[in-house]
Design a protein around this ligand. Sequence first.
Ligand SMILES: *Cc1c(COP(=O)(O)O)cnc(C)c1O
Length: 220
Amino acid sequence: MEKAETPLQEVRAQIAKACKIARRDPGEVTLVAVSKTHPAEAIEPLLIEGQRHFGENRVQEAQGKWPALKEQFPATVLHLVGQLQSNKAEDAVELFDVIHSLDRSSLVKALAKAKEKAGRCPECFIQVDVGEEDQKGGCAIADLPALVAEARKAGIPLAGLMCIPPADTEPAPFFALLDKLARENGLPGRSMGMSGDFETAIMLGATHIRVGTALFGARG
Ligand SMILES: *Cc1c(COP(=O)(O)O)cnc(C)c1O
């Protein structure tokens, strides 16, 4: 009998399959394992299996878990996928390698200041409010060109755009919209797709998929 696959192996196989259908190179799609709410003991097995990109949604929670794990696995790339308060910008710049939630002018300013102080800056995705839902954060579509320009002027390295489509609706139109906006703004990265829809996101050009539940199980 064959050994049961781990969740990571299963997700990797699903990514490979989606890439094949989309005629894309799996190397173009970065799997970000979203480990929020899960303790270090749940994260270590994935690190041992070779997973290197991880996502957290709270600065404080990540500060508790990741410094020790990063020491053990120095090649780890840590992504902040949750909303960022301006007063946490300095802490975020210290700990994270990539920020997916840059969504407003005040945060560009806070990150520019933190960058100056730290002498480093994470790559940033600008989060776009594709569903026009205020509560999830994200920059309004109409304000995106100005925010991109402001971030570029401030020397913030821009990786691309990120979105969280509205729950309980077909996500494909929102992924297609994010892809179009990224193209219009000359940005290479598209952070889109979660456990329930990452295959669709890959078909529509995702470069970074953020997967929690499919790797770690349900959050308590
Ligand atoms: C929690 C979270 C994810 C992962 O969601 P799953 O459905 O568990 O895969 C992805 N992106 C963001 C921004 C999140 O907060």
